[in-house]
Design a protein around this ligand. Structure first.
Ligand code: C5P
Length: 217
């Protein structure tokens, strides 16, 4: 059985892909499957934590034994759900692949193909950064972020950790991570950089939780 390294800790997690509506049937999303976030929720639970999960679109089952699991599909809905639950959390782990932009001119009714032949224009507006907003709270929980990059993974991850002002960041390569059931991650924290082996997301999650617990003592 897993050592109870997070016993008595309250953990809030985000997982999965967000979905930004264009109209009632169409939207903008990404290839996140939610597996890494769900595996982390399970690993935190196994380590004795009280886990609240906020999830967008996921392609795997929600783990059993969570304190709460709330679906919030757009970035704004996810932001609101996180801030409703963030009080009294000890740890916040942002795994969700959140859209940087929403559709500014989303339509209440289904768009019809224009008979004049001109394609509709989709205008974008910036979404709030959930992780940065939690890290900026007066008394933030211990924040863990993820960075999925397609190139210059560690370089961008270092910048992201500094910019969002978070103690621990997990970096991975998009092609190895998103939509896959295994992963290879590097953990960045105040002590340096720790590369984990390529392994299942379940094992990666267990190792991330062990690393996190080590930073809390
Ligand atoms: O900036 P980028 O999206 O690459 O940062 C990734 C990290 O920030 C992830 O931990 C992700 O969950 C979080 N994030 C967020 N809200 C956003 C964008 C990213 O919480 N709007």
């Amino acid at each position: 059985s897993t050592p109870q390294t997070l016993a008595g800790k309250k953990v809030l997690l985000t997982a999965g892909a967000t979905f930004e509506a264009i109209d009632p049937v169409r939207g903008i999303t990404n290839i996140s499957s939610g597996q890494m976030g769900l595996a982390l929720a399970r690993a935190c639970r196994a380590a004795g934590a009280e886990v609240t999960l906020i999830y967008g679109q996921v392609q795997a089952p929600i783990p059993a034994g969570l304190a709460q699991a709330v679906q919030a599909v757009s970035a704004e809905a996810m932001y609101a759900a996180v801030h409703r639950h963030i009080g009294r959390q000890d740890i916040f782990i942002a795994v969700a692949a959140v859209a940087d932009y929403k559709v500014k001119n989303s339509h209440a009714q289904k768009l019809k193909k224009d008979l004049s032949g001109s394609p509709p224009l989709i205008e974008l507006a910036e979404n709030p950064d959930i992780l940065a907003s939690v890290a900026a709270l007066p008394q933030p929980p211990f924040c863990v972020g993820f960075a999925a990059e397609s190139e210059r993974v560690l370089e961008y991850a270092r910048i992201k950790r500094a910019k969002k002002n978070i103690p621990m960041l997990v970096a991975n390569q998009v092609a190895q991570a998103m939509g896959k059931d295994s992963n290879q991650v590097t953990i960045l924290d105040q002590h340096g950089e720790t590369a984990l082996p390529h392994m299942s997301k379940a094992d990666t999650a267990t190792a991330i939780v062990a690393h996190l617990a080590g930073l809390l003592v």
